[in-house]
Structure formats: structure tokens, C-alpha cells
Design a protein around this ligand. Structure first.
Ligand SMILES: [Zn+2]
Length: 99
């Protein structure tokens, strides 16, 4: 009878330890999931930012052979289309070359 009682006690302790460990590891996994979600959200934000960047139109400055964002470019509007330049000097140079 004593042997049975000690066996039961060992079993109970074993299950308790197992429960504590599983609860602990579940909490750890839960936290890992949250971290993963945060990472995913971060990645989404980064790709959105990249998409916004690539969405910015680049234009070609044929005077000094350079590509630049359209919103930073100097322009000359012509019949054939708008010409873009990286600087006022390039714009002037183009105009002088044409005339
Ligand atoms: Zn230029």
C-alpha cells in the first residue's frame, strides 16, 4: 500500500511538472507568435514604403545623363513633351544647345 501511495504521489508530481512546463512553453510560444506578427507588420510597412518610393516617377536628364525623381527636376515644356533636368544649369544648357 505504501508503494502504491508513493507511485501515485510520483505520478501526481510528474503531471504537475508537465503541466507547469507546458503552460510555460505555451506562454513562450504565444509571445513568439506576437513577435512574428510584429515582424510581419513591420515587413508589410517596409514593403509599402518601398512601393511608395518606386511609385515616385524618375525622369532622365539628357544633359548630364542622370536619372532623378520627377518632383526634384527642373522642366522645359516642349511640343514633343516635357524635358527634365537635375539643375537649372542643365536646363539652361539644354535651351542654349537647342537655339
Ligand atoms: Zn543635369
Amino acid at each position: 500500500m505504501d508503494f502504491m501511495m508513493s507511485m501515485v504521489r510520483i505520478m501526481v508530481i510528474f503531471y504537475m511538472v508537465r503541466m507547469i512546463f507546458s503552460a510555460f512553453s505555451r506562454r513562450k510560444n504565444g509571445r513568439a507568435e506576437v513577435e512574428k506578427e510584429k515582424d510581419a507588420a513591420h515587413i508589410n510597412r517596409v514593403t509599402e514604403e518601398q512601393q511608395e518610393k518606386t511609385a515616385i516617377e524618375t525622369v532622365y536628364d539628357k544633359v548630364c545623363d542622370v536619372y532623378l525623381p520627377k518632383d526634384k527636376a527642373y522642366q522645359v515644356v516642349e511640343q514633343e513633351g516635357t524635358q527634365y533636368f537635375c539643375s537649372w544649369d542643365c536646363r539652361q544648357q539644354y535651351i542654349h544647345q537647342k537655339n
